[in-house]
Design a protein around this ligand. Structure first.
Ligand code: TRP
Ligand code: ZN
Length: 888
């Protein structure tokens, strides 16, 4: 598809410019005539003036991009030239009456659509992706989420090649036509914004099941996949049914149509899409069996199926007024899928995993030039705002409301939100107001979480007065400046805490001057000022503070705890997050200190190493949680804690620490490995079995890291004997940074075995691109010449280019700048094809401020080189401009 550039260049959109639409559209009838080379789309819109607006214009504004207009008629009469004008991606239609019928016929060419937005082809099937602004690539329409209409869709195509014709809602009619063609008519009774429209035409296999809702309705469930993949849909179907049940039980939310469909496609810009009644998924998150998918893949698939299903209420029934409100649906839906996973598996482990992700990806975003609030105020390209800040930080904001209100009041707030806004397009503010009204709790100051960007830093110091028997927590919040926000107001930060005695027992927390009845042993302190003091009475001996329990707020915590106290908490804290976090804090301190000094012997204290031994030999610890406790902070988290970040020193320090742990506890790791290997069914997908395998993988990793030659042989043996992808991948991961024939042989065998299974071959590409061996960049360049590499397949691009630039810091940040140059070249190449995916690759280059001067200069040069490229998309343009520190 050729890019149609606006003559004026991409325009900045601002929240403050929002105006309601002058006209509403009540019904849309779409007719797709799908043909090679040219697909005709006839659209009939029933509309009327918007009664909610005083705007008296008679001009209807429609969006359209890359369309060929064949005809346009208003109330049955062809609109004369001069009755409308097209400017860039807009069509302005004049003299529109109060009520109208508008008929528009356009043509498009889905076969040439490599941007994968709008209607495109993937492996011989037609499919759509309309969020955020893809519908305008299908037909002229007011493509904004506050225009909600009832859609009827007719699809016509070749019956042989496209026997399956799908759209939103229910099938009304279908049949054969002349010349081997056939048709289907779908109707969706629920008004929806255009971004939730979907259509699919292809030759697909269908797996069916059903679900009985709480009110006794039978819903038909269908998962569509390429022929031959039917046997890979079990976990998707099962996850879907459990999600439906969970939403009924936890939130009283029932599915509303008689049919729910999921379609798997192999070319997809993101994870999945919640189109009403017709979710479209990246096949990576649909297809799984133990032979081809790891346990981690199973868990992600389940979380994504749940996420998209939960959108049916949080996103579809109640949608966003405008795209600045994106977190209204995404933050809330991520919170819901996190809760689903916590209820299904282990709450503590899930909390740790979410905190790890936030720290590794969102904190750096919040500290860099693309930082933005959960509810942004301006953007150039909305596609760039599907960020970890909108999604994951947005979910943390919802979680804090949940904690501040308590589960019951939160549920009343959700009920009130649906009671007030079902069928509407609303703002984040409307959600917060419903929560306030249902609970009676004032969220005034709390609202700053939506408008202020950046990660707050919480400095918490404990002082103990043995004479007064008081413990005093001095809390300071520091709100670092972010682009466009030099100064900030103090925020409301819920700080969950406890005080532990020498045995690790929580003490009663009696605040000074408070009644001594029913004294809790854990509290949530409402930090609301820049500096605040909390005094606890009757504390005889100096306690150790357990802080930010449950990760009660998405902040950076700084304390005056000693390394010894951190190790104590790592052993004893009863809150899983706080326990894990104390270990991470200790490790971050020890590893960055080693990196700074350039000294890589005895990186870890004996105290910590001993604690590791206790975790390994302790009987009562959940294996999945033990695996988390034993996993060091990633290199990106460590880089975030070192100024300037030195990727090579960090890599060296982290490796040294892994070697120390592996050497010290080789015996225990071997024991764990052996114990976890026997009497386990490798295909048991229960939470417990997956947890045991996670711990076994950690043990193998440390055995190899310890440097024992027997360990490499053990990993090679596991790789060769593996009957599941989890076993296979954990062996290859353990070998991936070791330069040895075993690695080369295992990788080759893996490649040869899986070269015709794209989702598994992606794993091979990623392993190759993330090896820390010195020649990896050369390997990556060769991978681009591999017969199976394809720039038009986002999964493959992410598996190679994305994995290298964001998953291999030591090689990406090579001191000669070769990694940066490589990425810049690929971004430019990909941008011509798929701007959305190209833009997502730019992020690592925008973080130049964190590095030394030489790297800074090279990274900036690469950004400038990208910018000079003529015909750059708005997507990449915006990120590069922000990366260079130019504010829009
Ligand atoms: N709304 C989708 C989800 O989270 C994500 C999404 C947004 C998307 N834009 C997209 C998916 C473009 C694919 C392509 O849940
Ligand atoms: Zn979503």
């Amino acid at each position: 598809m050729t890019r149609v550039e606006n003559a004026a260049g991409p325009q900045v959109k601002r929240l403050s410019d929002y105006t309601p639409p002058a006209f509403m559209i009540d019904t849309v009838a779409l007719d797709f005539d799908l043909r090679d080379g040219e697909t005709k789309v006839a659209s009939t819109l029933q509309g009327r003036r918007n009664p909610q607006t005083t705007d008296i214009t008679d001009v209807l504004e429609l969006d359209g991009q890359g369309l060929r207009l064949l005809s346009i008629s208003l109330n049955g009469a062809a609109v004369p030239e001069g009755g409308y004008r097209i400017e860039g991606d807009k069509l302005f239609l004049s003299a529109v009456p109060e009520n109208f019928t508008l008929e528009i016929v356009t043509t498009i060419e889905p076969e040439k659509n490599t941007a994968l937005e709008g209607l495109y082809m993937s492996d011989g099937m037609y499919c759509t992706q309309c969020e955020a602004e893809g519908f305008r690539r299908i037909t002229y329409f007011p493509d904004r989420p506050d225009v909600m209409a009832v859609y009827t869709t007719r699809l016509e195509a070749d019956a042989d090649r496209f026997p399956v014709l799908l759209s939103n809602g229910n099938l009304m009619q279908s049949g054969m036509l002349d010349e081997g063609r056939h048709f289907a008519v779908w109707h969706d009774p629920f008004p929806k914004p255009s971004y939730l429209f979907a259509a699919v035409a292809g030759d697909l296999a269908c797996v069916r099941d059903s679900f009985r809702t709480m009110s006794g309705r039978e819903v038909e469930l269908r998962v569509y996949v390429e022929h031959g993949n039917e046997h890979l849909t079990g976990h998707t179907m099962d996850s879907l049914k459990r999600s439906m049940k969970w939403d009924e039980e936890r939130f009283g939310l029932e599915y509303d149509l008689d049919l729910f469909m999921i379609v798997a496609v192999s070319h997809f810009n993101m994870g999945a899409m919640e189109n009403k009644g017709l979710n479209i998924f990246n096949s990576k998150f649909v297809l799984a069996d133990p032979q081809t998918a790891t346990d981690a893949d199973y868990e992600r698939l389940e979380g994504i199926v749940a996420h998209e299903y939960f959108h049916n209420w949080t996103g579809n029934r109640v949608t966003c007024r405008d795209w600045f409100q994106l977190s209204l649906k995404e933050g809330l839906t991520v919170f819901r899928d996190q809760e689903f996973t916590s209820d299904t598996h282990s709450r503590g482990v899930k909390r740790v995993a979410d905190a790890r992700l936030l720290r590794a990806v969102q904190f750096p975003e919040d500290a860099g030039p693309t930082a933005h609030p959960v509810r942004p105020e301006s953007y150039l390209e909305i596609n760039n705002f599907y960020t970890v800040t909108i999604y994951e930080k947005g979910a943390e904001v919802i979680r804090m409301i949940h904690e501040l209100l308590g589960a019951d009041a939160f549920r009343r707030g959700m009920d009130l939100y649906f009671e007030r806004h079902d069928g509407q397009a609303v703002r984040c503010e409307d959600f917060v107001a419903a929560m306030e009204d249902a609970s009676g709790i004032d969220l005034g100051q709390f609202r700053l979480w939506y408008s202020q960007s950046g990660t707050p830093e919480l400095e918490v110091d404990l002082a103990h007065d043995p004479d007064a028997k008081t413990a005093t927590l001095k809390v300071r919040q520091i709100l670092p400046p972010t682009p466009g926000q030099p100064a900030k107001e103090p925020m409301l930060i819920p700080l969950s805490m406890a005080l532990l005695d020498g045995e690790g027992q929580a003490l009663p927390l009696q605040l000074l001057g408070e009644n001594a009845e029913d004294i809790p042993k854990a509290r949530v302190l409402p930090v609301s000022q820049s500096e605040q003091v909390f005094v606890f009475e009757n504390v005889d001996d100096r306690p150790v503070p357990s802080l930010l329990r449950g990760f009660s707020a998405p902040v950076r915590l700084r304390t005056n705890r000693t390394a010894e106290q951190e190790c104590f908490l790592y052993r004893h804290d009863d809150d899983p997050f706080a326990r894990w976090d104390a270990g991470q804090a200790y490790l971050t301190g020890a590893l960055t200190a080693a990196a700074r000094k350039g000294r890589y012997d005895a990186v870890l204290d004996d105290d910590f190493l001993q604690a590791v031994g206790e975790i390994l030999s302790g009987p009562d610890i959940e294996p999945a949680f033990a695996a988390e406790l034993l996993t060091l902070p990633g290199e990106s988290v460590l880089a975030d804690a070192m100024t300037p970040a030195d990727p090579e020193a960090i890599h060296a320090a982290r490796n040294a620490a892994r070697r120390e742990i592996g050497l010290r506890h080789a015996g225990l790791f071997q024991e764990s490995y052996d114990r976890l290997s026997i009497a386990h069914d490798p295909e048991d997908m229960s939470t417990a079995a997956m947890g045991s395998r996670a711990l076994k993988a950690v043990a193998l990793g440390y055995l190899v890291a310890g440097g024992d030659t027997g360990a490499v042989a053990l990993a090679a043996l596991q790789a060769a004997a593996a009957t599941t992808m989890t076993e296979s991948m954990s062996a290859l991961q353990a070998l991936n940074n070791v330069d040895c024939p075993e690695r080369r042989d295992a990788m080759k065998a893996f490649h040869d075995r899986w070269q015709d299974t794209p989702l598994v071959l992606d794993k091979w590409f990623t392993l190759s691109a993330t090896s820390s061996l010195p020649d990896t960049l050369e390997t990556v360049k060769r991978l681009l010449e591999h017969p199976k590499f394809d720039l038009a397949t986002p999964n493959r691009v992410r598996a190679v280019i994305g994995a290298f630039s964001s998953g291999n810091p030591v090689r990406f940040h090579a001191p000669d700048g070769a990694g940066y140059n490589f990425l810049a070249d690929q971004v430019v190449r990909l941008d011509e094809m798929n701007p959305q995916v190209a833009a997502r690759l730019v992020a690592p280059l925008t973080r130049w401020k964190r590095y030394d001067e030489a790297r800074q200069r090279m990274m900036r040069q690469c950004l400038e080189r990208i910018r000079r490229y003529a015909g750059l998309s708005p997507d990449v343009t915006e990120l590069v401009a922000k990366g260079l520190g130019e504010e829009s």
